[in-house]
Each structure stands twice: as C-alpha cells, then as structure tokens.
Design a protein around this ligand. Structure first.
Ligand code: HEM
Length: 241
C-alpha cells in the first residue's frame, strides 16, 4: 500500500493511475474462449467480487477482534461494513444475468474444472464467520479433494465471529448493546442468504436444473445451502447450520 503522508516526498509524484495500480489491474484479464468481449464481463465480475471479498475478510476480522475486546460499538460498525460489501457483491453477481447464455455455455468448455467452489477468500470468509464445524470441513473436502488449503486452516485456527460472539460476557449478551450486535450479525447472515439465493438463480439461468458444475457439484447442492447460517447459536437461527 502506498503511504499517503504530507511529509512524504513521493506523494508529489503520485498520480491517479499509479496510486490505484491501474496498469496492473486493467491488464490482469486473460480471456481463453472464442468471445473475448463477453468473456471480459465474466472475468471482471469475478475479479471485482474477489476484491470485495478481500474487504469482507478484513471487516469480519475487525468485527471479531472488536468483540473479543468487548468493544461492541466497533464490532457493530465493522459488521455493518461487511454486510454492505456482501450486498455489493450480490449486485455485481446480478450483472452476469445479462451475459448471453449461449456465450456462457460455449465458455464453459474452456473452464476445465475451475469453479467458484475453489474461491479461497470465500472459504476464508466462511471459516472466519461460522468457525470450524464438521459440515464446513465436509464441504471443504468436496471443494479441495487434495487437502484443505493452508489459509483456510489458518482462518479456522484464528477464531470466528461466532466464537467471539458466544464468548461475550453474560452482562453484554443481556444488554442493549448485546441486542445491537445480534441484529448486526443477523443482517450479515441475511446478506449471505441473499448472495446464495441470487447465485443459485444465476446458475439455474445459465446451466439449468440438472447440469453438473465445473467443480463437480450441482444446483441441488447450492439450493440446499441457500438458507444456511453462520450463527446457528442465535435463537432466530435454530436448525440453520
Ligand atoms: C455465470 C455465472 C456463474 C455460474 C454459472 C456459476 C456456477 C456455479 C456452480 C454450478 C457452482 C457449484 C459448484 C460447481 O460444481 O462448480 C458454483 C459454486 C460457487 N460459485 Fe459460482 N457461478 C457463477 C458465478 C459466480 C461468481 C461471479 C462468483 C463469485 C466469485 C461465484 C462464486 C461461487 C462460489 C463461492 C461457489 C461455492 C458456493 C458454496 O460452496 O456454497 N460464482 N458456481
């Protein structure tokens, strides 16, 4: 990250392009199929979403750490930001509804076994949100048959939002601030339900009900996951894990 301080002699040389590293960002797209114009939409949407995922990871960590420090107002601020970022990601996903289905079906032939199933940041977000559970590990083994990647194991070891919330002192759980943190956790959880629902609708639109995804699973897997919760310990979420 470029340091922006008034005393920094380099800041005079900084330009919009160099600060944002646009040379790198705008040349980081490499279409592989026979329709590069439409494929660029597909690539850019994924890249933009991965950039926002990186911000979700950051805010989830900050919210967790604030909860561990029993700094409830900060935890709420970071949860609200994480939620806003998930909503942005969902809106970006929606743009792919405008990608012509025949273009996407042709493009699939070039994608091999690459799939969103393998998005490391998505898995890190899951680990940092809901923590280590048997079902999270089972799903990871489907996504990564050769072994769970180190960043995901590290995220499990770091501790989760769910763990930090459960560990809050009883007087905080019973307080008004405790109620605000629950509301922020529920909103964050709901934002992910929105993402999963719209992603499943996109998949239905693009490949239909019965096709198998490039990662080897299908729409049934995705629809089963739609209502999943990272916080099944919350009274409103019993039976959703
Ligand atoms: C044309 C657009 C898309 C289609 C047709 C599509 C299709 C699929 C399918 C079929 C799966 C199930 C796994 C498999 O067998 O591959 C999947 C999973 C997944 N996709 Fe997509 N996808 C699309 C766009 C995206 C985008 C833009 C993202 C954002 C990075 C994304 C992220 C994911 C993630 C994270 C999973 C794993 C979900 C989970 O395990 O709960 N997908 N996708």
């Amino acid at each position: 990250m470029v340091a922006l301080t008034k005393s920094s002699g380099d800041s005079a040389a900084l330009t919009y392009d160099s600060y944002l590293q646009l040379g790198k960002v705008l040349s980081a797209q490499a279409p592989v199929g026979d329709d590069p114009d439409d494929e660029l939409h597909f690539i850019v949407a994924h890249q933009a979403i991965e950039l926002w995922f990186s911000q979700v990871v950051r805010e989830v960590r900050r919210a967790r750490d604030a909860m561990l420090a029993v700094s409830i107002e900060d935890a709420v601020v970071h949860l609200e930001r994480a939620t806003a970022f998930v909503d942005v990601v969902t809106a970006q996903l929606d743009t792919l509804m405008l990608l012509p289905v025949d273009v996407f079906r042709r493009l699939r032939q070039y994608l091999g076994t690459s799939s969103g199933l393998q998005s490391l940041q998505f898995r890190v977000i899951e680990a940092l949100s809901g923590g280590e559970t048997g079902s999270a590990r089972r799903r990871l083994r489907v996504a990564f048959p050769r072994g769970i990647p180190a960043p995901v194991e590290a995220a499990f070891a770091e501790g989760s939002l769910r763990g930090a919330h459960v560990a809050l002192p009883a007087h905080v759980h019973e307080s008004e601030a405790g109620g605000r943190v629950v509301a922020a956790l529920v909103a964050y959880d709901k934002a992910w339900v929105g993402w999963r629902l719209r992603h499943a609708q996109l998949v239905m639109h693009m490949i239909g009900r019965h096709a198998t995804g490039t990662g080897g699973t299908d729409l049934r897997y995705l629809t089963r996951r739609v209502e999943a919760s990272y916080f099944p310990h919350l009274p409103s979420n019993r039976k959703r894990s």
